[in-house]
Write a protein that binds this ligand. Structure first.
Ligand code: URA
Length: 429
């Protein structure tokens, strides 16, 4: 029997993977010596048996060592990053990155594209004409030095094993292993040279973790890996039962982020951004505590510095940012079947409706439509009349528009009584 077979059988039988086994297996995935069917079998054994803390650390190390690692120490300043575990309508990075930079810290981020019902920051940024998400490393560093903010696409050479394994996990029902999720998230942060991370771990329908307890366990593992590499990591847990803000879809979300940057926009996006800024800024070299960080961030939203920094960022990264100037597509409204209160707006269904409209991908090869998406007129707790518009879906293609509106209709629940207020931030660690 070969080596990969023995490692699979070892894990299947409930034994602990040691460093040589983990390392050789992950290297084999990258070199092609371990074929995808064997990699998938080991992933399934990991899902069924779980990973110990020690195995989680070994996997993170094996992933980091599978490719190139960036050294950002030449900047002589901590480079901060925020990572969200994936949400619907989550445009927080677009606000937080320039906001934190406007407050004097450095935010350097390697980001991904959206897949399935969740959006990706790169797709949102690319809805701004000319915005370049691929930057040579030297330009990335110079931009961080010059304006304190850069968001770029993940280099193919950073953590290649994660890309290969993630593609397999996606199609073999093996995403759901806490240790693998934590190693996958944190290996990319460590290898990208991030000095300190704030994780926004989403809880609810349309998130990896359905409840807070599960999210806390993923957070604990991420912090364990962060500690192992000397990269301070803090976690915020936030609700993802309904979408964040009122827009879902790339350009629509940038427009909404701009409103927040101007001191306006939906409360939930603004609140979550400020909470994350209060976690992130104290990790910089500015000697700020959370209370001062929050006050400074609020001031930067109020006095226009955050918006100005966003404009500068777009300009430097090649984007021609003209608020409100984009192609408006035909919309289809979804109306309330009865009078009452909105008691639920299912994030998963709204994400799927936006994806159907053309805003998201089903497979990595799919092309997206920057202008497509969903605008929510009402959210949980709002009182509505029968026949009143709840949301609209925008698409270039009438057939997709109709199909998406059918999905969107299923997202809303309207009941006779107002639901109790639910907190957005569920905890921090
Ligand atoms: N995000 C990642 O980068 N990896 C996972 O496994 C899950 C979420």
């Amino acid at each position: 029997m070969d080596f990969a077979h023995d490692v699979i059988a070892w894990k299947r039988d409930g034994n602990e993977l040691d460093e040589p086994r983990m390392h050789a297996f992950v290297q084999g995935v990258v070199s092609g010596a371990v074929p995808s069917y064997q990699a998938s079998a080991l992933l399934m054994a990991m899902v069924l048996r779980g990973l110990s803390d020690g195995e989680t650390l070994l996997l993170a190390r094996a992933l980091v060592d599978s490719g190139k690692t960036l050294d950002l120490r030449v900047l002589r300043r901590p480079v901060l990053d925020k990572h969200s575990s994936g949400g619907v309508g989550d445009k927080v990075t677009l606000v937080l990155a320039p906001l934190v930079a406007a407050c004097g810290a450095v935010v350097g981020k390697m980001s991904g594209r959206g897949l399935g019902h969740t959006g990706g920051t790169l797709d949102k940024l690319e809805s701004i004409p000319g915005f370049r998400v691929k930057l040579p490393q030297g330009d990335f560093l110079r931009q961080l030095e010059r304006i304190g903010v850069a968001v770029v696409s993940q280099s193919e050479r950073v953590v290649p094993a994660d890309r290969l394994l993630y593609a397999l996990r996606d199609v073999t029902g093996t995403v759901e292993c806490d240790g693998v999720i934590a190693a996958s998230i944190m290996a990319k942060k460590v290898a990208s040279g991030t000095s300190a991370v704030v994780l926004d771990l989403k809880v609810g329908r349309g998130a990896f973790a359905a409840d807070l307890e599960h999210a806390r366990e993923i957070g604990r593992l991420c912090r364990l890996i962060g500690d192992d590499y000397g990269r301070p990591t803090t976690c915020l847990f936030s609700a993802m039962d309904q979408p964040l803000g009122r827009t879902v879809g790339n350009r629509l979300e940038v427009e909404e982020a701009w409103q927040v940057l101007r001191g306006d926009g939906p409360e939930d996006v603004r609140d979550l951004t400020l909470e994350l800024a209060a976690e992130l800024l104290p990790l910089a070299d500015l000697g700020m505590d959370a209370a001062e960080a929050r006050a400074r961030a609020e001031a930067a939203l109020a006095d226009g510095r955050a918006a100005e920094h966003f404009e500068r960022w777009c300009y430097v990264q090649g984007g021609d940012w003209r608020p409100g100037e984009f192609q408006r597509l035909a919309g289809h409204e979804v109306t309330s079947p009865r009078a009452g209160y909105v008691t639920a707006v299912d994030a998963l269904a709204v994400g799927r409706a936006a994806q159907t409209a053309g805003a998201g991908r089903r497979t990595v090869e799919d092309k997206i439509d920057a202008s497509a998406g969903v605008l929510l007129e009402h959210k949980v707790g709002d009182q509505v009349e029968a026949g009143e518009p709840l949301a609209a879906v925008f698409s270039r293609d009438p057939a997709r528009r109709r199909q998406a509106s059918t999905v969107l209709e299923t997202a809303f629940t309207v009941g006779p009584e107002a639901p109790p207020p639910a907190p957005l931030v569920l905890g921090r660690e």
